[in-house]
Design a protein around this ligand. Structure first.
Ligand code: UD1
Length: 418
C-alpha cells in the first residue's frame, strides 16, 4: 500500500493546471454505452475512478483506445448487460451505466454499488425514476435488475436533487418514447456537460443547469467529439491549499463561476482571490479567519470541498461551524485531523472547529477521496512529518497530487510499504 510522507511548512508558489472533471468524465463514459457510434472524449484525467469506469465499459464489451488524455470509445460491440459485484464495489458511480444500458437494450443487472464510505447512499431515486419511465425493478441476492419492453417519457419529480439520479434518468430518457420532464433535477455543471455530450451524439435535451430538464425521445445516437469541463473540486482543493499555506498560486484551466461558492468562502476567511477568465490567483494570509459554512447542492457550497475547508478552519483565528446537509456521516476525516491536534467537536450533522495556531504531523489514514485530500492539505501546514496511509483513495480523484504540489514547492514523497 502506498503512503505519502509530507514535511509541512512550505508556502506553495507557482502555477498549477486542473484536469478534466472526474464527476463529468464518469457519467459521460457511461453515456457512451448508449450509442453504437464512436465517442471521442478529450481531457480525460488519469484517475483511478476513471480506470475503474474503463474496466466496466470494457467488461461490457466496449472497445476503448487511449491516446494521452483522449479516449475513443466504440460502443458497437456492447453485449454484456450485467455488472458483477467486484466491479460495482470498486466504485459507486458504476451505477451510472444503468440508465444507458436500460435505454439502449431495455435490460440491465447490477450489484449494489460501493464507493466512498460517506453515509448511506441509496439508489431509490434512480429506481423510482426508472419505474416512472416504464421499467420493472426486481432486487435479488444483492443485485438490482431493471427491465422494460419499451421506455416511455414521463414527468418525474425528484424528492432530492440527486446528481446520479438526474444523470441516470437523462440517459435512459433519451431512448424513451415521447417527452420526459425531470423536476427538482440537480443543477451541477457536470450535468450540463453530460447534456452537451449527449446532444453532440444527437440527443434532444434542454434545461441542464436548471431544476427542470426536458428530454425528447427516442433519438438515434451517432458519434461525437467532446472536451470535458475542468474539475471544480480539484480547482477548489488547490485554492484551499494555496490559502492555508499562505501561498501564492495561480490555478489554471478553471471555470471561475463553477467555484464561486469556494471563492466567496475563502474571501470571507481573509484570503485574496483574483479571478481571471480561466484562471484564479489565490494568495493566503498569514492566518485565515474562521468561517461558518453549510454544504448544499450546486450552486451551494459543495460537500466535496467540506473536508478541505475544515482543514483551513483548524488553523484559523476563531471558531467556525460546518453543517453537512448532503451526506450524513461525512466526517471520517475528523478523527484523523484530531490526531494532528485539531480541536473539532461533532454534534449531529454539525462540526464545530476551534482554530489552533498549528497542526502537528503524525500517522493518519485516508478513509475516502476528499478526506484524503484534506489530510494532504493538513500535512502541508503541520509541524514535522505527516504520513498518510491508503493514498489510493486520493488517486481516485487526483492525478499525482503529490507531483503537482512538489512543483509548487511542497515536500511530499510517495512511498511503498514501511
Ligand atoms: C455525486 C458526486 C459526488 C458528490 C455528490 C453530491 C459523482 C460521480 N459523484 O454523487 O462526488 O459528493 O454528487 O454533490 O458525480 N440519495 C438518495 N437516494 C438516491 C440517490 C441519492 O437518498 O437514490 C441521497 C444520498 O444518500 C445523498 C444525497 O442524496 O445523501 C446526494 O447524493 P447524490 O447527489 O445522488 O450523489 P452522487 O450522485 O452519488
Amino acid at each position: 500500500m502506498e503512503k505519502f510522507i509530507i514535511i509541512g511548512g512550505k508556502r506553495l508558489k507557482g502555477s498549477i493546471r486542473v484536469g478534466g472533471a472526474k464527476n463529468a468524465i464518469l457519467p459521460i463514459l457511461a453515456a457512451s454505452l448508449l450509442t453504437e457510434g464512436i465517442s471521442t472524449i478529450h481531457e480525460v484525467s488519469r484517475l483511478l475512478d476513471v480506470q475503474v469506469m474503463k474496466e466496466v465499459l470494457t467488461y461490457l464489451g466496449a472497445k476503448i483506445r487511449c491516446e494521452g488524455t483522449t479516449l475513443m470509445i466504440d460502443g458497437s460491440s456492447v453485449q454484456t448487460l450485467e455488472i458483477a459485484e467486484d466491479l460495482m464495489r470498486k466504485m459507486r458511480a458504476s451505477n451510472l451505466v444503468m440508465g444507458a444500458l436500460l435505454g439502449r437494450f431495455g435490460q440491465v443487472k447490477v450489484a449494489y454499488p460501493g464507493g466512498c464510505a460517506i453515509g448511506s447512499r441509496p439508489m431509490d431515486l434512480h429506481l423510482k425514476g426508472f419505474i416512472s419511465l416504464g421499467a420493472n425493478i426486481t432486487e435479488k441476492h444483492g443485485y438490482v435488475i431493471a427491465e422494460t419492453n419499451g421506455l416511455r417519457g414521463a414527468a418525474i419529480h425528484l424528492d432530492f436533487p440527486s446528481v446520479g439520479a438526474t444523470e441516470n434518468l437523462i440517459m435512459a430518457a433519451t431512448q424513451a418514447q415521447g417527452q420526459t420532464i425531470i423536476r427538482n433535477s440537480a443543477k451541477e455543471p457536470e450535468i450540463v456537460d453530460l447534456q452537451n455530450f449527449l446532444n453532440g451524439l444527437g440527443a434532444k435535451i434542454r434545461g441542464a443547469g436548471t431544476d427542470l430538464i426536458k428530454i425528447e425521445g427516442p433519438t438515434r445516437l451517432g458519434s461525437t467529439t467532446h472536451t470535458v469541463i475542468p474539475d471544480r473540486i480539484e480547482a477548489g482543493t488547490h485554492m484551499a491549499a494555496a490559502a492555508i499555506t499562505g501561498g501564492d498560486v495561480v490555478v489554471e484551466n478553471v471555470i471561475p463561476e463553477h467555484v464561486e461558492a469556494v471563492t466567496a468562502k475563502l474571501r470571507e476567511a481573509g484570503v485574496e482571490v483574483e479571478v481571471g477568465d480561466d484562471r484564479i490567483r489565490v494568495q493566503g494570509p498569514p492566518r485565515p479567519k474562521a468561517v461558518d459554512l453549510k454544504t448544499l447542492p450546486y450552486p451551494g457550497f459543495p460537500t466535496d470541498m467540506q473536508s478541505q475547508m475544515m482543514v483551513l478552519m483548524t488553523v484559523a483565528e476563531g471558531t467556525g461551524v460546518i453543517s453537512e446537509t448532503v451526506f450524513e456521516n461525512r466526517y471520517k476525516h475528523v478523527d484523523e485531523l484530531r490526531r494532528m491536534g485539531a480541536d473539532i467537536k461533532i454534534e449531529g450533522r454539525a462540526a464545530i472547529i476551534k482554530g489552533i495556531p498549528k497542526l502537528s504531523g503524525t500517522f493518519v489514514e485516508a478513509t475516502d477521496l476528499r478526506a484524503g485530500a484534506a489530510l494532504v492539505l493538513a500535512g502541508l501546514i503541520a509541524e514535522d512529518a505527516t504520513v498518510i496511509e491508503n493514498v489510493w483513495h486520493i488517486d481516485r480523484g487526483y492525478e499525482h497530487l503529490e507531483r503537482k504540489y512538489v512543483a509548487l514547492g511542497a515536500r511530499i514523497m510517495r512511498v511503498n510499504g514501511i
